[in-house]
Design a protein around this ligand. Structure first.
Ligand SMILES: CC(C)(COP(=O)(O)OP(=O)(O)OC[C@H]1O[C@@H](n2cnc3c(N)ncnc32)[C@H](O)[C@@H]1OP(=O)(O)O)[C@@H](O)C(=O)NCCC(=O)NCCS
Length: 285
């Protein structure tokens, strides 16, 4: 039970802007349009905790058509921390998301390492670590990459679904059409074999997703994207078990700077990690 004068609700636009500012302060470097894409896809994806009318904490609970959920952007205003309010907000968000998902749907999250025991007490099980590598972009454009805008979109969405737990056509459509996005795919024998996206962030660019059938294909796509943003800060969020992805990041001089615990609630979900060279985002899966 929340104390008197505290309430939960759907986050308003001005509150989402405050949450974004807090995320910047935490050093999470949000994408410039991440929130708009998520909110457009799932208008109930952002939850606010208010004291009287004041926004004091929030987080996202995106539902992918009720089939898969993801929790992110969990932040309390600093002067309200350590009083048990964050725990209540988190439990409310988890339960709200569960109520919006089909029975047996999985929820994923990327949590900071020191909070993993708290999330485990809330029913989440550690899957692996997702590690952030970053550095200054430099690369060469491969001859066989094709800009995403020139790719058959149905083929792209079908390929995305090979390496994401559920179809997310409308989400990925908005994601790759964000202002300032760069993306390439490779087609072999009329089949898509990889694609990658870079989006402008508060600082520089983040790569995500980068999905590929092999390390060689991932390399060509990454190098081509990096060649388009020379000298920019670039970040890539890699599932640690994908050793080829780590080697690739290192090849381009990127170094580990941050990481999260990827955890799942619900049924076992086994991801095709060796094909995931960067997750789409820590916030939305
Ligand atoms: C994480 C955060 C939202 C928690 O809010 P809060 O109001 O302080 O949370 P509570 O007082 O309800 O504590 C919730 C739990 O988190 C744990 N916790 C809070 N801060 C922690 C920290 N820095 N390290 C480890 N555990 C922590 C508490 O021990 C508590 O666990 P318990 O209930 O099992 O004892 C808040 O500290 C915050 O905004 N941090 C910065 C952003 C962040 O790291 N978010 C988490 C991203 S995964």
């Amino acid at each position: 039970m929340l104390p008197k004068n505290f309430t939960f609700g759907i986050m308003q636009k001005n509150e989402a802007e405050i949450l974004n500012e807090w995320a910047i302060k935490e050093g999470w470097n949000p994408g410039l349009s991440d929130q708009q894409v998520a909110k457009h896809y799932d208008p109930e994806a952002f939850i606010a905790l208010r004291h009287h009318d004041e926004f004091i904490g929030g987080g996202s609970i995106i539902s992918y058509d009720g089939l898969y959920g993801f929790m992110g952007l969990f932040i309390m205003r600093s002067d309200y921390r350590g009083q048990g309010l964050g725990a209540q907000l988190w439990q409310y968000r988890r339960d709200k998301l569960l109520s919006r998902l089909q029975a047996n749907a999985v929820i994923g999250m990327d949590g900071v390492f020191n909070m993993a025991p708290f999330y485990a007490r809330g029913g989440f099980v550690l899957s692996h670590r997702d590690l952030r590598y970053e550095g200054i972009a430099h690369g060469n454009k491969a001859v066989d990459v094709i800009p995403l805008a020139k790719i058959n979109q149905a083929m792209l969405y079908a390929y995305d679904n090979k390496y994401f737990p559920v179809p997310r056509t409308e989400f990925i459509k908005s994601w790759i059409n964000q202002c300032g996005v760069l993306g390439y795919a490779i087609i072999n024998n009329n089949e898509m074999v990889g694609y990658g996206v870079a989006r402008p962030c508060y600082q520089g660019y983040k790569i995500g997703p980068l999905f590929a059938d092999s390390a060689e294909i991932a390399d060509k796509i990454l190098s081509s994207i990096l060649s388009e943003i020379p000298s920019e800060l670039v970040q890539i969020d890699i599932p640690e078990p994908n050793v080829n992805a780590i080697k690739l990041a290192q090849k381009y001089g990127l170094v580990e700077t941050f990481g999260c615990a990827r955890m799942y609630f619900g049924n076992n979900y086994s991801e095709p990690l060796r094909n995931i060279y960067s997750v789409t985002s820590y916030e939305f899966g």
